[in-house]
Design a protein around this ligand. Sequence first.
Ligand code: TRP
Length: 337
Amino acid sequence: MNRIFSGIQPTGNLHLGNYLGALRNWVRLQDTFECLYCVVDMHAITVWQDPAALRDSTRTAAAAMIAAGVNPETSAVFVQSHVAAHAQLAWIFNCVARLGWLSRMTQFKEKAGKNRENASVGLFAYPNLMAADILAYKATHVPVGEDQKQHLELARDIAQKFNNDYGISLFPIVEPLIFGPATRVMSLRDGTKKMSKSDASDYSRINLADDADAIALKIRKAKTDPEVLPSTAAGLEGRPEAANLLGIYAALADRDIETVCAQFAGQTFAGFKAALCDLAVATLGGIGAEMQRLQADPGFLDATLREGAERAQALAEPIMREVYEAVGFLARDPQRG
Ligand code: TRP
């Protein structure tokens, strides 16, 4: 049986990069797989979060997921901290994973920076919690971006070592699902920098909460270069802004970059931007409005998340029982041989 798990952090402005890199793929997987989609607030507090802001961005992230097309009637949509299995299994994995494995994680090195002594222990153990997220449900497939591949490999190592140490084939070896030609969405103000929730300029990114006017304005103001558009992708070499905007068009239109270059070959940015505006507003414009509608109804969101947590909890429970038995926390169920 195939089961999908994925998570998104509830920190700040979710943007086009999150949509193309994660949410859109989550929506597509719902038709074929049983899916669990989680707002990972426990991961968020590995760095300091103001409690009121965290509460708020957790709701916003859930609203963004649903507004983008995740269907809470078919997929379990829930908040990580609301299902105890994540913390319970993470502790066990803290005792399975080796310090050496975690020391090699590039994301920790980047996020901790020079002042490692002052990083939280949680930031170091972050990948163990991520492995627990996935394996508490015995998920088999995990859609992630390139930046999370190393963490997923660690989840495989943890599953393998657990199975080995306890002499039981309890956990599946999860497979990453990396989508299409990785869409690296860059800043609209600087085509060499990743589009980021923390960029000081709001013009650098298209937020999922933006309405149609804001989307159109940001595309109109996006940085370009003086040339006309090339006829092939090779012609985008050394033109980061052109590459980014054509890449965004290709991703939103679900076409490859060569086809899009051929389509706009020789055109000015003005003409191309008008087409990109239409496409972006048509695909994304409804999301911001729907997020607003959902956020205006906190009762609905809370009930949806509660129900999602109950479903997730019911799936995790028998698995955690098996884990507790394997580890020696509970007596063995004689039925289980
Ligand atoms: N670490 C992931 C990110 O920052 C979020 C995440 C947490 C996740 N747990 C997960 C993704 C489990 C996939 C599966 O993007």
